[in-house]
Design a protein around this ligand. Structure first.
Ligand SMILES: [Zn+2]
Length: 350
């Protein structure tokens, strides 16, 4: 459908209607009445600059229609108490896109989210036990290789995965797996070097200059890799903010406006890490009037990790975000793109 002079995907409102009908109806109205975003004047300027990769991406989507891409959402320990619900919302909107089949695999020991765990079970045929301090689950061993892409809904203070599981995940990714890091997943596992390489940049957990540069844009539109000393991670007050596209030619960003207004959310700042093979797809200005840091912070990124692909969104603090049509569109694109690596590898090996 056309909105504000650009083509956008029709959002499957049914996915989140199950979670909050009133909010979904409000969003329906919003999408029908026009622009939920701003500054679309240059929205088509990049549409032909990378048509080859766009076609390759479309082919992947088309092949996905024949055989759904297999997604595994892993979760169980996250400081954001909504995590069982946000997992269920991601599963619902991904499946309603028609491109994916989604399984959930949860740690045996779950931390936070107590009431919502019963309401939104993982259905993973595993026993679960709530603990007051996150601790390593020795039984946590997803069969990553069965999936095209793994989505992490872990968060701050999540306990490390067992060593064998970490090695298994590294192998999966190095062989061409897909990974999606959502919001506080980039707070997790600060001591795991290969994980830090996968997410590119992260925050908290003692991350600082030893982990790599700060990544941000300055007011002149230049990407900065800043090795100055200081902590990694921070955010101002929850507020709505504009997302600004920095690489519109990327398949994940095809057909999107140059900027749009994002729902109330935390805007992570001062993330830092190895930042190898990292592409910033979009930023948001972290305004000091919202207790921000005054930089244009990355909010959507990709990382190429060996043969694997990572899509990293810093967005997703509250459940409202998982009902935001633009978040759903970009996230769905990101999951499809990350999943594409494994399918491509398999095709090439035939
Ligand atoms: Zn948060």
């Amino acid at each position: 459908m056309k909105l504000c002079g650009i083509s956008v995907r029709i959002i499957p409102l049914g996915a989140f209607a199950r979670f909050n009908l009133g909010f979904a109806l409000g969003l329906t109205l919003l999408s029908l009445t026009g622009c939920a975003w701003t500054n679309t004047s240059n929205s088509t300027s990049h549409s032909t600059s990378n048509s080859e990769s766009a076609n390759a991406f479309k082919n992947k989507i088309n092949s996905a229609e024949r055989a759904p891409l297999k997604v595994l959402i892993v979760d169980g320990q996250n400081n954001h108490y909504i995590w069982p619900k946000s997992t269920a919302m991601m599963k619902a909107f991904l499946e309603e896109s028609g491109q994916f089949s989604v399984d959930v695999y949860r740690t045996q020991y779950t931390w936070r989210g107590e009431k919502l765990i019963e309401q939104y079970p993982a259905n993973d045929d595993r026993a679960h036990e709530t603990v007051t301090e996150a601790k390593t689950d020795p039984t946590f061993a997803p069969e990553f290789s069965k999936y095209d892409v793994v989505v992490s809904n872990f968060g701050w203070k999540a306990a490390p995965w067992p060593e064998a599981t970490k090695r298994s995940f590294e192998q999966y990714m190095q062989n061409g797996g897909g990974f999606v890091s959502v919001h506080a997943a980039n707070n997790a596992f600060p001591q795991w070097l290969e994980y830090n390489k996968m997410i590119g940049i992260g925050g908290w957990g003692g991350r600082n200059q030893k982990d790599g540069p700060y990544i941000y844009y300055n007011d002149s539109g230049e990407l900065k890799r800043d090795m100055s000393a200081g902590q990694g991670g921070g955010h101002g007050y929850v507020h709505p903010f504009d997302v600004q596209v920095r690489k519109g030619s990327h398949p994940i960003m095809q057909g999107l406006p140059e900027t749009w207004e994002h729902s109330d959310d935390e805007l992570y700042n001062r993330l830092r890490g190895p930042a190898g093979n990292l592409t910033v797809l979009a930023t948001a200005f972290d305004d000091k009037k919202h207790n921000g840091f005054g930089r244009h912070e990355p909010v959507l990124m990709t990382v190429n990790y060996h043969h694997g692909r990572v899509f990293h969104t810093t967005l997703g603090h509250g459940e409202n975000v998982y009902a935001d049509p633009m978040f759903i569109t970009v996230f769905t694109n990101g999951v499809a793109w990350a999943a594409g690596a494994k399918r491509t590898e398999q095709a090439q090996n035939k």
